[in-house]
Design a protein around this ligand. Sequence first.
Ligand code: NAD
Length: 425
Amino acid sequence: MAYNPYENAQAQFDKVADMMNLEQGAREFLRQPMREFHFTIPVKMDNGTTKTFKAYRIQHSDARGPSKGGLRFHPHETADTVRALSMWMTWKCAVVDIPLGGGKGGVVCDPREMSLAEQERLCRGFIRQVNRIIGYNADVPAPDVMTNGQHMVWMMDEYETITGGHYPGVITGKPLGLGGSLGRTEATGYGVIYVLNDLLKNEKVDIKNTTASIQGFGNVGEYAARLYTELGGKVTCISSYDLADKTSYTFRKKSGCNIEELVSIKDQFGSIDKTKAEALGYEKLSGDAWLSEEVDILIPAALENQITPDNFSTISQKVKFIVEAANGPVTPDCDPLIKERGIMLAPDFLANAGGVTVSYFEQIQCNMNYFWSKEEVLEKLQTTMANAFSAVYKLAKERNVYMRDAAYMIAIERVNNAVKMRGWL
Ligand code: NAD
């Protein structure tokens, strides 16, 4: 079954709007983006031809503050994916209670097939289009799938060239020394584990007695695996996508994966070298084997729509917790099955909010032109995640609802209040 992420995002919203008895006007307004900017970017390619790329910047909401959200470069990018992601950003910023709204951008392209010079021209072309709608106090992009700090710096530079001033807070995810924040690299993965650890403590489970299986070993998967093992947990499986074979594999070590060792044999796209992994004693299994591993915790940290009613029955009865590190890894029609089996699920827009939280800290530091130590950033991150988790967990227990629904209730209420107090509805 093919899932449309925007339909998923709206289905999740509608379900909770029903539970909250949200009035019709607010439903209609909040279940779709406020603004959509669809445009094309002509780019002179190295071979002398000009190629036109389709692009989007979509602002779901700026009721609580400037829209905030990443920019993806992906050959299969669609307006609906960007709409869904912009909506999830609104709920994400609201649930961790940072004063930002939700936005997202996408360019239909494959940067792996473009030279650096072509990528730079694409980034500058993107800003020449969106400079009229972004700004540190309007809409703030950041890196996401297949975009990185270098892309952000080219974009910041183009924005500053057009506007004639220094505005490092216009974009986040920049490298250190050019307005980047210490702790941003670790932020999302660490945030996932802060949430998991708080969940385990509340459920009276010692993290040291747990095992986990992780899908994805990119930025999020790696740092989640690092902190989880540092806290005493044991990762037995990690899967990643193999670019050469165009398929994914799961690497398993029952005695516990050595994260540093696996980091040393992965490439810049997060793919683990299969030959080296086997030489280091890892079993190489099929790509979906991570899901059926007998562990206490599953951490999907790769893609959307990975846990569905079709593969749910393959999940081991031992699994008691799922922490959604990726965006949208569980489909809405699978939520009832997870709830019914008594598995506790920490939802994506809470669990992976560490990234946007430190992006917000980056903006603050840029606007002050004063930068904090890594310890200070991570301490503030942990406090923010702990407060958000505790509110969601408490509401879920009080109302006896699924944690995703509790997180939505908190986020929707905050955004709806802002909208009403502004007099929009
Ligand atoms: P990344 O590109 O660094 O890594 C992705 C990883 O997933 C790689 O290891 C890749 O090999 C693996 N992968 C891809 N397809 C796979 C498949 N079919 N099976 C197994 N593994 C597969 O991406 P990332 O930044 O780590 O992001 C991962 C997820 O987390 C995405 O959903 C992203 O939107 C979300 N997210 C990221 C951040 C962030 O700060 N990076 C913040 C919030 C949410």
